[in-house]
Write a protein that binds this ligand. Structure first.
Ligand code: ZN
Length: 437
């Protein structure tokens, strides 16, 4: 350690860090911050430059997998080093701020659990050039696998050839791109070679192909993207990505299947909030069967459920087994809960679910609300495993199903994105229990 410090001291002494207007240091000093994303298993790493003469703002995805993280970090380092090299070789002596590097990314999901990350690397060398490059990464945190375009077409060059002509046709038919395309470049960069289609993203509906700025079109066109519907290439792609016959039928009939997601025993300040964000992401409506005691404790969370447009349900005050309670107790449990829900949210509870699904005629009579049970039990309270959640949903869900979950377990929030993505991919729309009737 002493030797190391000594060396640094010497090198500083002999080669003092150059003054601002004669060159740059050999790396860009940044601070790194890691935060959660709304996608389970994915974190966002943000690096901001500490040197005001080299503005850098970089965001990239990270997961729990070391290999995946390293491959992204390696890429980011390369981009930063290259940017610095460009700055150094184009430096004008009188300039203070001479460039900017900005990396942002977009996340696409596939129901298999695969994420596609599309990184936009914007680099500006002031007075000389600015350009945006696209880089994509594909990773499934469940299987720890990365995939390539070869996997999508099962390494079959004939299928790649068919696909490449579809891409070219669609590019040429794009009204927004038509005028800025450079035809010989389009021709060249849609040749059926694997390297031409490395920049891609896959969703449950489409395969997206990305191009860098200034490659197939003029600078003003930005980074062109072609979105090819999977239905158009269903026979070309690997079974994992194909749209199944019954889904195609469903899409043709345009009669969506419906499912009601229900969340019991909340509200909870942490988990309910995360669930609301996920439902919002999928434009899904759900029903929350709340406990009066928790509504009293977390009124602002109950209010945010109502504000987001979900249905409010009564699940009693203290969660007793009502079959074992006397009539007075049953009345209190139900009426007090309806009262506080209305007081806090300004809206009446419109459905009732007895704790444990346990009821008799007296219970049914006292609630005065439609009594709602379920047909798919995710057992989320028991296994507390985000991966199990989807398994139970897959096994039991059909058109018109009511799915039971609890918005008080972190594992339920963690597994919900996969559930929503899967059901959406199967053609379901998400409705409240009252809308299901
Ligand atoms: Zn309950």
């Amino acid at each position: 350690m002493i030797g190391g410090s000594y060396l640094i001291y010497l090198s500083k002494k002999n080669n003092p860090i150059p003054p601002m207007n004669t060159g740059y240091a050999s790396s860009i000093p940044t601070t790194t911050d890691i935060t959660d994303s709304k996608f389970p298993g994915i974190k966002i790493s943000t690096e901001i430059s500490n040197d005001p003469t080299i503005p850098v703002a970089v965001q990239y995805p990270q997961s729990t997998d070391e290999d995946f993280n390293l491959s992204i970090q390696k890429h980011i380092k390369q981009v930063k080093d290259n940017h610095l090299k460009q700055l150094n070789s184009n430096k004008h002596p009188s300039q203070v701020v001479s460039g900017e590097l900005n990396i942002s990314f977009k996340t696409y999901t596939h129901h298999s659990g695969l994420y596609s990350f599309v990184l936009n690397n914007y680099s500006d060398i002031s007075g000389y050039s600015n350009t945006t490059e696209v880089h994509t990464f594909h990773f499934n945190p469940d299987t720890k696998k990365e995939i390539s375009i070869q996997d999508i077409f099962e390494n079959d060059v004939d299928r790649l050839a068919a696909f490449s002509s579809i891409v070219r046709q669609q590019l040429e038919a794009d009204d927004k791109l038509k005028d800025s395309l450079i035809s010989e470049q389009v021709e060249r960069h849609t040749q059926p070679t694997w390297s031409n289609f490395q920049k891609f993203a896959v969703t449950d509906e489409a395969l997206l192909i990305h191009f860098d700025q200034n490659v197939i079109a003029s600078h003003t066109a930005g980074t062109p993207t072609v979105t090819i519907p999977l239905t158009k290439i269903n026979t070309l792609i690997a079974p994992d990505f194909q749209i199944k016959e019954e889904e195609k039928e469903q899409k043709k009939e345009n009669k969506p299947k419906r499912v009601a997601l229900t969340f019991d025993d909340g509200p909870d300040p942490k988990v309910t909030t995360q669930i609301l964000d996920l439902l919002d992401k999928y434009d899904a409506k759900a029903t929350f069967f709340m406990l009066g005691s928790r509504v009293e404790y977390y009124p602002e969370i109950a209010k945010s459920v109502q504000k987001a447009g979900h249905e409010l349900g009564n699940h009693t005050w203290n969660h007793p087994n009502l079959v074992k309670a006397n009539t007075k107790k049953i009345q209190e449990e139900i009426l007090n809960t309806s009262a506080i829900i209305e007081e806090v949210t300004g809206e009446k509870a419109t459905a009732f679910r007895p704790p444990y699904g346990s009821f008799n005629d007296i219970v049914n009579e006292q609630s005065g609300l439609p009594l709602v049970l379920w047909d798919v039990d995710t057992l989320d309270w028991k296994h507390r495993n985000p991966h199990q959640l989807l398994n139970y949903v897959k096994q039991g869900t059909q058109d018109g199903s009511i799915i039971l979950m609890h918005d008080i377990h972190q594992s339920t929030a963690d597994g919900l994105d996969a559930v929503l993505s899967y059901l959406k991919g199967e053609g379901y729309t998400f409705v409240t229990v009252s809308d299901l009737e």
